[in-house]
Ligand binder design. Structure first.
Ligand code: 6R9
Length: 650
């Protein structure tokens, strides 16, 4: 017996779905028993210039080596554009909805193809070659997708940096992958406010060049027409360059294992890691999951609300949908601008059938009140999706009842930047739903829950989530640091990919992700390392030490709680707290702004100097009853001080 209500698969979901329960069972079995046979067949869903003869060649042992379809050759932009031209050249590829509700655009496959070819020629004419790293720092406009695809056309490796990141964060990423070409816009526009992307880029380049980096060109899309600084010779206007470019560009023949993109993501220690994805396996996996998880059929209008700066935007706004010839909606704005009806107004305006968003948005909209939803029609909606963090059953039920009117299945999709695509998820015609559970593994995915010593657990259990065999969309390495890749993902539990997530499996074999078990925060679905925020804090001249933990936050899922020890002689004040918040925003970006700061004369440390975050987490949660064993602390009295300070604040 399970404690939650099961939402059985409705006949109408089953009827139109690609995959029913029997097919799921049969395909899943084949996929794990005979991965070569299974993926050998499904790899053909995309077009290959040179067919592969080998399928899977992977090992999680020793130096860890992951290769899929290794002798095949293909091009991603060819698969996302050229191969659709005959059948659907005049079909819309991207529906763009601006921040301003009166602004939108529709771009057909033929138009997008021409744009991408021209841009690819611009990049070539400015010296970008196969294997070069191109940084994309863009707002949510179609040119961002075109920029990604143009890189893939000529075999350049893109590194998309979220437009909300600060100049410092952008600089770090430019330096790490030695990128000498940046594509950006004059300004971004979100929720009625402008974001100074070009200005940030200028600052970032200045910082990067102090570390010896050299950026040759900055290609700038004119989005708002706002004033920008200009460096002749280096800076180029997108529209001017495009005018001169030819719309014919042969796609580069890429090996399946040639790098496709780098995407930086936070881990528990050190600087963000450059997650590297390669060409063939990634595209097979992104397109296949997009089709079956969202049950995408020809002509469906599909909207994923993520930003292209995150992996969800890569796999499920751009690559998965376009490889499938889908109509993908790209939204520049935010859920509550001009008001909290915006998502549903966009759904009605463009007759969206499939809608994919994050729990943090669902919770915020739930808090705004049902009338913002119920005053819209939403009749076009057929399927709802969730991604980015655990969705609490209350928000799930609200999404199901109020938004979807019990007509739409919800796919709660668990995956990571590292996994390239969805790993654990319901398939809408095959798997009965439980509110809050990501349910079952996708084809080819072998989850295992292990205890803290790495022993596999059987049946209903709770522990650490590992994946014990490779799937085609898996990251191949950390860019420039394979050792760190092996260390981060395959050393905690030898020979297994460790996800960093805690997980429970119930009596029906359903998986329930319980959140990160490492020092990674998930704030509004954005991943951040506590170490990154701590290092931003200690870079302030008045701070001597800092420890950052997450605490439960109603809307954001997790909030950022900072314990800060000040330099001797510095007086704590509310003003200083504000200054520190502003400092972290500047160093990392607004998404990392601390929610709470507590000044702490001392931090709880073990005798070896390790901060005991377990204790700090409890105090941040206002839970003082189970602080556990504090006897191993160098100075146990620190804990009493912290608790007293915390309580005095209320
Ligand atoms: C795709 C993406 C990955 C982390 C992951 C986990 C959390 C994502 C989830 C989920 C519970 C879901 N996460 N989806 N937790 N249920 N459906 O978000 O990638 O930014 O790398 O974050 O997000 O903790 O480990 P990324």
């Amino acid at each position: 017996m399970s404690e939650t209500q099961v939402h059985e698969t409705k006949p109408e979901w089953k009827e139109r779905a690609w995959i029913d329960a029997q097919t799921y069972e049969a395909w899943y079995r084949e996929s794990v028993e005979d991965p070569d046979g299974f993926w050998g067949k499904h790899g053909k869903r995309i077009d290959w210039f040179k067919p592969y003869t080998k399928v899977k060649n992977t090992s999680f042992e020793g130096n860890v080596s992951i290769k899929w379809f290794e002798d095949g050759e293909l091009n991603v932009s060819y698969n996302c554009l050229d191969r659709h031209l005959e059948k659907r050249g005049d079909q819309v590829a991207i529906i763009w909805e601006g921040d301003d509700p009166n602004e939108d655009r529709k771009i057909t496959y033929r138009e997008l193809h021409a744009e991408v070819c021209k841009l690819a020629n611009v990049l070539k004419s400015r010296g970008v070659k196969k294997g070069d790293r191109v940084t994309i720092y863009m707002p949510m406009i179609p040119e961002a997708a075109a920029a990604m695809l143009a890189c893939t056309r000529i075999g350049a490796i893109h590194s998309v940096v979220f437009g909300g990141f600060s100049p410092d964060s952008l600089a770090g990423r430019i330096i790490d992958c030695q990128s000498d070409f940046v594509i950006t816009a004059d300004q971004g526009l979100r929720g009625g406010r402008t974001i100074p992307l070009k200005e940030n880029t200028d600052k970032a380049i200045e910082i990067a060049e102090q570390s010896g980096a050299k950026v040759r060109h900055v290609l700038v899309v004119r989005r708002t027409g706002g004033q920008v600084g200009w460096q002749d010779g280096r800076d180029l206007w997108y529209h001017e360059e495009m005018e001169k470019a030819s719309a014919e560009c042969e796609p580069e023949h890429m090996n399946a294992e040639d790098p496709l993109f780098i995407l930086y993501t936070s881990g528990s220690t050190g600087k963000p890691k450059g997650v590297l994805h390669t060409t063939g396996g990634y595209l097979v996996y992104a397109s296949m999951t997009h089709q079956y998880v969202f049950d995408y059929h020809d002509g469906d209008i599909y909207w994923c609300t993520a930003d292209v700066g995150w992996v969800t935007g890569h796999s499920y706004i751009v690559y998965g949908p376009l490889a499938n010839g889908a109509i993908t909606l790209m939204f520049e704005g935010v859920p509550n601008y001009p008001d909290s009806s915006r998502f549903w107004q966009v759904v009605d305006k463009h007759q969206v059938n499939i809608f994919y968003t994050a729990p943090t948005a669902i919770r915020a909209l739930m808090g705004a009140g049902d009338e913002f939803v119920t005053k819209t029609s939403r009749k076009s909606l057929r399927l709802l999706g969730s991604v980015g963090e655990p969705i609490n059953p209350e928000a799930w039920e609200w999404y199901y009842r109020v938004v979807g009117e019990e007509r739409c299945p919800i796919v709660d999709t668990w995956w990571q930047t590292e996994t390239g695509g969805i790993l654990i998820t319901p398939l809408p015609g095959a798997i009965p739903l439980k509110a809050g559970s990501a349910t079952k593994p996708f084809f080819g995915v072998k989850p295992e829950i292990v205890d803290n010593d790495g022993n596999p657990l059987e049946g209903p259990c709770s522990g650490n989530l590992c994946i014990i065999d490779s799937w085609p969309g898996q990251m191949r390495t950390v860019y420039g640091d394979h050792e760190r890749f092996v260390q981060t993902y395959f050393s905690t539990y030898k020979g297994k990919y460790f996800t960093g997530d805690g997980c429970r499996r119930d009596e029906d074999g359903y998986y329930w992700i319980t959140g990160r078990v490492d020092d990674v925060l998930n704030v509004s679905g954005h991943r951040m390392g506590t170490a990154e925020i701590e290092s931003a804090l200690v870079s302030h001249p008045k701070v001597s030490e800092a420890a950052v933990v997450g605490y439960p936050h109603e809307i954001k899922g997790q909030g950022i709680y900072c314990y800060v020890t000040l330099m001797a002689g510095v007086t704590p004040s509310e003003e200083l707290k504000k200054e520190l918040v502003a400092h972290v925003r500047k160093e990392i970006g607004p998404i990392a702004a601390p929610d709470k700061i507590q000044f702490a004369p001392g931090l709880p440390k073990t005798r070896s100097g390790k901060i005991m975050r377990r204790i700090l987490r409890k105090i941040a949660e206002d839970d003082y009853t189970s602080l556990g064993d504090t006897s191993t602390l160098a100075d146990p009295s620190v804990v009493n001080d912290l608790v007293e300070n915390r309580q005095n604040r209320h």
